[in-house]
Design a protein around this ligand. Structure first.
Ligand SMILES: [Zn+2]
Length: 288
């Protein structure tokens, strides 16, 4: 169990990155959405984990340093969000990219990143071995249930077999328990949208009751809620050409998210990943 009594905990994480790189080039989310999210968390007294791409961190170095003060753990989300699938690049490229992101973030923050999440959940065994060597404590890139295919055939991300509770991953397979030192804390799959996370876009689009039910129905002892700064702005107004399925999930009005957080606080303990890890160690990883 994560807790001695086996109760589930909630972890709120924010991937601090540019506006959706597959479609546009801009930073409105970082400029407007990120402070809006940080303000909401502070108003509700909610701790959150932030994963930064290096290019985003360079735009908000003070915010990054704030996360690192007092021994706070912060995350690396790579150098930037492209190429979309890190795991499809040569292994030497993956290792260099992790090195570069780690070095760049460390220089900006004055402390090393301890958490890692690959862009688009596209993690590989090579990346996890690198992260382990670089002293990361947690990877949170695996989204059990996720499968993304290229040309509708070849899987580029396939996390269908991954465990839903934290584990030490295998050296050769991120979705299998094994002997790496760092912990894999999987991202929670949304029971109403298989293969997708429980994200701010979902919260923006649904009534709080629907979101809370999805959270209760989800699997795993650590429940992750995943936010992007660009989900906290009027993305459609900023980029009029974007597809409605994307822009309809993005809104500067975070009242619904506030209501969800308020309810979650009364039902679950909301913690940071650095609070989760010592509890995992205590039970030697024997979750269940
Ligand atoms: Zn991302």
């Amino acid at each position: 169990m994560v807790d001695d009594d086996g109760s589930r905990v909630v972890v709120v994480s924010v991937d601090v990155e540019s506006d959706p790189a597959m479609f546009v080039a801009g930073h409105s989310g970082i400029e407007e959405g990120l402070p809006r999210l940080a303000e909401l968390f502070s108003a509700h007294d909610i701790p959150a984990d932030y994963f930064f791409t290096l290019d985003a961190a360079q735009r908000v170095p003070d915010f990054l340093r704030e996360q690192a003060t007092g021994g706070g753990w912060f995350g690396s989300h790579g150098v930037k969000h492209s190429p979309a699938h890190y795991s499809q690049q040569p292994i030497s490229w993956q290792e260099r990219t992790l090195d570069d992101a780690t070095e760049g973030l460390t220089a900006l923050a004055g402390a090393r990143p301890r958490l890692f999440r690959a862009p688009n959940f596209s993690v590989s065994a090579a990346m996890l071995r690198s992260a382990d060597d670089l002293g990361y404590e947690v990877d949170s890139s695996v989204l059990p249930g996720r499968v993304k295919r290229r040309y509708r055939v070849v899987p580029v991300v396939d996390h269908r077999r991954a465990p839903r509770n934290p584990y030490h991953p295998d050296k050769r397979d991120p979705c299998k328990p094994g002997s790496l030192r760092l912990w894999e804390v999987p991202v929670t799959e949304n029971p109403t949208a298989p293969g997708a996370p429980i994200g701010l876009g979902f919260v923006n689009n649904e009534r709080p009751e629907v979101v809370l039910r999805a959270i209760r129905d989800s699997s795993g002892l650590v429940i992750t809620i995943l936010c992007h700064p660009w989900e906290a702005i009027d993305l459609g107004k900023r980029y009029p050409g974007l597809p409605p399925w994307l822009t309809s999930t993005c809104s500067p009005d975070l009242r619904s998210f506030g209501a969800v957080l308020q309810s979650l606080r009364s039902e679950y303990e909301i913690v940071r990943l650095q609070d989760v890890v010592p509890r995992l160690g205590r039970t030697g990883g024997a979750l269940g």
